[in-house]
Design a protein around this ligand. Structure first.
Ligand code: THU
Length: 127
């Protein structure tokens, strides 16, 4: 389900500069699925990642907790999220939440949020 959502939305990515389309889908605590794509920009640093899009959709949809993530791209290995996206996911997901990374050719690797970003700085660090 999450995999299908990520695969389908990936086609809608706006990646004219890199040519590298990414789709991300996440499940929120209420069971709803939110998805996003990378959206590039002629001013390159203004581009946003697929994970950021999915998270923005989730928050705009009123949800605040991620229970599962799936990211897919046409990459040689299951697409590794950038450092910034690992931090963005950690903001809304418990350390044990599963993040599956995939290629369009069918390879998959599943990690936990803690494995992707050990020792993440999280909201509780400001208590
Ligand atoms: N990208 C993502 O959207 N998510 C990832 O996990 C890896 C990289 C995007 C950013 C940029 O639009 C393109 O892939 C190439 O870096």
């Amino acid at each position: 389900m999450l995999d299908q959502a990520a695969k389908e939305i990936r086609e809608k990515a706006y990646a004219p500069y890199s040519g590298f389309k990414v789709g991300a889908a996440l499940r929120a605590a209420n069971g709803e699925i939110f998805a996003g794509v990378n959206v590039e920009n002629a001013a390159y640093p203004e581009g946003t990642c697929a994970e950021a899009g999915a998270i923005a959709a989730m928050v705009a949809g009123g949800e605040r907790e991620i229970t599962e993530v799936y990211v897919i791209a046409d990459s040689p290995r299951p697409v590794p999220p950038c450092g910034g996206c690992r931090q963005k996911i950690a903001e809304f997901a418990k350390p044990e939440v599963k993040v599956t990374l995939a290629t369009t050719r069918g390879a998959e690797m599943t990690y936990t949020v803690a494995e992707l970003l050990p020792g993440a700085f999280v909201p509780a660090d400001m208590d």
